[in-house]
Design a protein around this ligand. Structure first.
Ligand SMILES: [Zn+2]
Length: 579
């Protein structure tokens, strides 16, 4: 047997085989079962999503010699076989695009009168019905008004707004959906397995993304790829052939928007532009990406809703967790607005960059509604309890430290509390032989707070700041380490502005004048040893409320204050005592 295109080979034969259009196939099957057949149907939807396939199955179902009309045509009788092969005398297929003159439609009108050759129905399938001329439409309308009982019309169109309202009103209309990516991936997986082709999961995902909901396009693309690459298909092949952006890059770009990391965002956009990627296409992909993040915030069974592989869903859920509905909606709105303008933009790259920077701002700026919500939450006592907040902080701390240092050296939460209290007794600090060690522990305990604040000051260098780590305290010298491996991206830490910010923040937290030293380390950073009695000091019996509050650092550490700072993404600027 000769070569057969995948789309043709895998064309669905039964209603149950049709992918992603259950709302249509179920209704049609029900109509057949309950003998409630209409005389004209209109299938609406973009190309390649199953309009013609469903129409043919419907025709087979009506004409099948084994019990037709039936929901499950037999596919073996001569009627079924002739319809499948496109040479049935009772099923007349007309392409609106090439048969749009009045005479042809008149001819159709004349043949309508004749009884079907084989079965009970004579079926006219008119594809791209909107392409018919006005005269042809009118001729058709006459037939539609009083069709003989054995005649059924099935129309398909990609542009329903161009079909005469008088025709639409005489039809039962079905709007077919773009097929979800996950369903297309499932079908492609089935095809490559049956055909013995090796394809990476990401490669099939990229094909599905590229097809924008059209199964036929996806199948044709797969055909093309098999011809192009042989029996092994990688994601890189797909991206190269279709000018798409890799899933990983897309993910990083979204991360940089969510984190307000403008520098990274510009770098990625620049790279993509250099690589000749389709930026308009990228914008469309970003819109659907952010839409998926919104789904994650509002739907319980995300995996089912998005019909995507679990690993991909996991990434979405994590990213969605970094944002909220209001912010994501603003981003989607901005991206959608830009989509229209993109078509006419002189420089797509400049437009894209501007829009993405605005998105990054929108994704990180706190809105008035959010503030009001938080105030309401505080009033209702709904906010995370102090215990939760401090537990979370300790956890973040631990995560951060365990990245670079020996976990056994971690300071336990209770130690930090007791030390914080001692540190807050400022007078004792000067003569204390353990002063450096205590300051170091204090520094470690508030490090995540320092990082958070630094990220706000040095927008665009958050990657460098995340990699920074406290190494030691010696008198007034605070030494911070950075991995030499990432020397280049750490350069930003030596900028005057960043240095000044770092200095100011550390001074504020440690409540003393300090000098910041930066030190590169090769593999493992060597952190200051903390004597055991410093970390093993007696646990606090005063509790958070009884703590001395003459120290700003102590205020920062207070769980209630932290809850408020966190809620407003705020900063402690002034401490005033009442009474
Ligand atoms: Zn049959």
């Amino acid at each position: 047997m000769g070569y057969e295109a995948l789309a043709r080979k895998w064309r669905p034969k039964q209603f149950a085989d049709v992918v992603g259009q259950e709302h249509v196939t179920r209704t049609l099957a029900n109509a057949i079962r309950n003998n409630r057949l209409h005389h004209a149907y209109l299938f609406v939807g973009p190309r390649g999503i199953g309009k013609t396939s469903i129409a043919r199955i419907f025709a087979k179902a009506l004409c099948c010699e084994n019990g037709g009309p039936t929901e499950t045509p037999c596919d073996t009788c001569s009627s079924c076989r002739e319809i499948a092969a496109g040479n049935s005398l009772d099923v007349i297929e007309i392409d609106g695009a090439s048969n749009n003159n009045v005479d042809q439609v008149r001819e159709l009108r004349d043949t309508v009168k004749f009884a079907p050759v084989r079965g009970a129905f004579k079926i006219y399938l008119i594809d791209e019905v909107h392409m018919l001329s006005a005269g042809a439409f009118n001729a058709l309308l006459k037939t539609l008004e009083e069709p003989p009982s054995h005649v059924k019309f099935i129309f398909a169109t990609t542009e329903p707004e161009k079909v005469l309202p008088t025709i639409i009103s005489r039809c039962q209309r079905f709007d077919l959906r773009r097929i979800p990516v996950g369903l297309i991936v499932d079908r492609l997986t089935q095809i490559v397995q049956a055909d013995g082709v090796n394809a990476e999961a990401d490669a099939l995902l990229a094909v599905a993304r590229g097809a924008e909901g059209g199964l036929r396009d996806a199948e044709s693309a797969l055909d093309q790829l098999i011809a192009f690459t042989g029996n092994t298909i990688t994601e890189a092949d797909v991206l190269a052939v279709f000018g798409l952006v890799s899933r990983e890059t897309l993910q990083k770009l979204v991360d940089s928007i969510l984190e307000g990391d403008v520098r990274q965002l510009l770098r990625i956009t620049g790279d993509l532009d250099h690589a000749g990627k389709d930026l308009q296409r990228l914008l469309v992909e970003l819109i659907s990406y952010f839409r998926n993040l919104l789904v994650c915030l509002h739907v319980e069974d995300v995996e089912r809703e998005l019909t995507l592989p679990p690993e991909q869903v996991k990434v979405y859920v994590t990213q969605a967790g970094k944002s909220n509905t209001g912010r994501l909606l603003r981003v989607v709105t901005m991206l959608s607005d830009a989509e229209d303008r993109m078509r006419y933009a002189l420089s797509r790259r400049v437009l894209l960059e501007t829009v993405l920077i605005r998105c990054a701002r929108a994704a990180t700026v706190v809105t008035l509604e959010e503030i009001l919500e938080k105030i309401q939450a505080l009033r209702d006592g709904d906010l995370a309890s102090p215990q939760e907040v401090s537990a979370r902080n300790v956890r973040q701390e631990a995560e951060f430290r365990s990245r670079a240092t020996d976990p056994s050296r971690n300071v336990s939460p209770s130690d930090t509390v007791s030390l914080r209290e001692e540190a807050s007794a400022e007078t004792a600090l000067e003569q204390d032989p353990d002063a450096d060690a205590k300051t170091f522990v204090l520094l470690q305990s508030c490090w995540s707070e320092v990082v958070k604040r630094m990220r706000k000051i040095a927008v665009g260098s958050s990657v460098a700041i995340d990699d920074l780590l406290p190494l030691s305290v010696e008198g007034n010298y605070v030494t911070l380490g950075f991995p030499l491996e990432f020397r280049e991206r750490m350069e930003v830490l030596f900028h005057k502005r960043v240095q000044a910010g770092l200095h100011q923040i550390l001074r504020r937290f440690l409540e003393r004048d300090i000098v910041v030293r930066l030190e590169g380390y090769d593999e493992k950073p060597i952190q200051m040893e903390v004597p055991s009695h410093v970390s093993a000091g007696g646990a606090s019996d005063k509790g958070a409320g009884g703590m001395k509050r003459n120290s700003r650092a102590a205020w920062y550490q207070d769980p209630h204050v932290q809850a408020v700072l966190e809620a407003f993404n705020g900063e402690l600027t002034d401490i005033r005592h009442t009474q």
